[in-house]
Design a protein around this ligand. Structure first.
Ligand code: 3PY
Ligand code: MG
Length: 276
């Protein structure tokens, strides 16, 4: 059938579903500011973009989005130009990347061996003779990430191998002990310290401002920066951001639900504090 010409004229070329800016930014020197979003709302992703955050972390560890909703959240991110990261469990990495995330963030990584296994899950096998880290990601180009086939084949596997970012999370004293080794794993692009779980696993419940927990965060941030990788921390306020930046962190994530609750409490005349 002959295509009829549209009165609109030629449409702009459809953009790639994948936003490939995250990995180079993590491997650069600048600071990145973002927001965890566990509420399964594309509107919140758009609001994070319009507010000026660099990235959104769709939180599929503690949030309630299923994979279909996650794909819509990724679309909202692509439409508004905010970089989408998905916090997910190891078993969900493949589907999350196929849905079009720019990177994944995996909780509770305690050893370099675990980090190595995650790095391999992220990458497609290389063609014979091509250098690069080992990988065993399963390939299909029917996915959103590959434009349902429109952007598939070697261009997609190469683009994905080169540009998708792996962020691992340190949340236990065991992981702090080997933070340098975890960060040094090839294929780990950033290491994020989760202060709430770290505080709990150190026996301080949620009191992460206490000195031993802050010392452990400092140790981990400095070890990651010494390994030449990007260190990040959950950061609810400016004072904490400056302290962590002073130790070498340059990736900071606040929490959408905390900000919304504080605004609601303030509007209800009940003061309001940022809590996680
Ligand atoms: C934690 O603080 O435990 C987190 O997972 C925050 O991201
Ligand atoms: Mg945690």
């Amino acid at each position: 059938m002959q295509a009829t010409s549209s009165p609109l004229g030629p449409a702009p070329a459809p953009g790639l579903p994948l936003d490939t800016r995250l990995r180079p930014a993590l491997r650069g020197t600048g600071s990145l500011h973002g927001l965890f979003c566990g509420l399964p709302s594309p509107a919140l992703v758009e609001m994070a973009a319009f507010a000026g955050f660099d990235f959104v972390v769709i939180d599929n560890e503690h949030g309630t989005a299923g994979i279909e909703t996650t794909e819509h959240l990724l679309r909202a991110a692509r439409a508004t130009g905010i970089v989408p990261i998905v916090r997910c469990f190891e078993a969900d990495i493949a589907r999350t990347l196929d849905a079009g995330a720019s990177g994944v963030k995996v909780p509770m990584v305690n050893t370099p061996e675990h980090a190595q296994r995650l790095a391999e899950r992220m990458r497609y096998p290389r063609p014979a003779g091509q250098m690069g880290s080992r990988g065993w990601r399963g390939s299909a180009f029917s996915t959103r990430a590959a434009g349902y086939g429109a952007f598939g084949g070697p261009a997609h596997t190469d683009r994905s191998n080169e540009s998708l970012a792996l962020i691992v999370m340190i949340e236990t004293p065991e992981a702090v002990e080997c933070a340098h080794e975890i960060a040094a794993v090839e294929g780990v692009d950033a290491v994020f310290i989760g202060p709430n779980d770290l505080s709990h696993t150190m026996g301080h419940e949620n009191r992460w401002q206490e000195a031993p927990v802050q010392r452990a965060i400092e140790r981990a941030v400095r070890a990651v920066a010494d390994a030449g990788k990007c260190a990040g921390v959950l950061t609810l306020d400016d004072e904490a951001r400056q302290r962590y930046a002073g130790w070498g962190a340059r990736y900071f994530a606040n929490v959408a639900s905390s900000l919304v609750m504080r605004a609601f409490e303030q509007a209800a005349g009940r003061g309001g504090a940022l809590r996680y």
